[in-house]
Ligand binder design. Sequence first.
Ligand SMILES: [Fe+2]
Length: 280
Amino acid sequence: MQRQHASITDAAYGQRRSEIGALSAGLTPDDPIPLVEYTDWEHEVWRLVCADLAVRHRVDAAAPYLQAAEELAVPLDHVPQLRDVSARLASMSGFRLQSAAALVPLKEFCGSLANSVFRSTQYLRHPRSPLYSEDPDMLHDLVGHGIALANTRFAHLYRLAGEAAARVQSADALQFIGKVFWFTLECGVVREHGERKAYGATLVSSYGELDHFRSAAFLPLDIESLVDIEYDISTYQPLLFEADSLDQVEDVLGAFWGSCDDESIAALLDRRSRRVGSRH
Ligand SMILES: [Fe+2]
């Protein structure tokens, strides 16, 4: 049976999300990020999740992420204002945040990345399940992406992903760029001193994912191998891609996102369909 979204099963919660989202409706990138007056339960959810993740990060998160977290210093004891985090981020890596009323379509989301802007939600997950979020909320967006973006090396990769997405026209090419993003900047793992550490935003912002990620199957990070992989973002990832180092992540993603276009991605996908065809 399909699980219903909390904003459907709890009308008051749905209303609160809509209220916060409505603050961003119709804003242009030059408008200031709206201020949100967070409630006690929202501060409590923030505190609970941040306290839990901070402990796990010491064991599970990659060193560049840990360092960025220390430098960005997102408050752990209350929900910060997005505009304050954005100002700090801008001074560190040149990236800034812009509020999103709801989930932003992929092309638009990537277009913003190309301009060093990350679209972040301002609402939080349901208080009944603070350690689980069915879709990206501000905890995912700030603790996952916002912190990574404070590191100039990650920020550069986000920009490259955005530029690649802006370059392509076909839906297949955009979807493949999104898939590469998913398996790296969302769910990427890197080896440090022989141990697997998470750097992807989905992993580092989720208690459950951090609990599960080491039991996934791992493949070495390689763009061609990604072609054959199907994935479901609504469940823990059974297969992840790992790199030997952040240098390698930069090499692989830089080479792909730095030069890919409709033609090169079509050729990549075509090689796959010929491989699949030859198995029959
Ligand atoms: Fe994300």
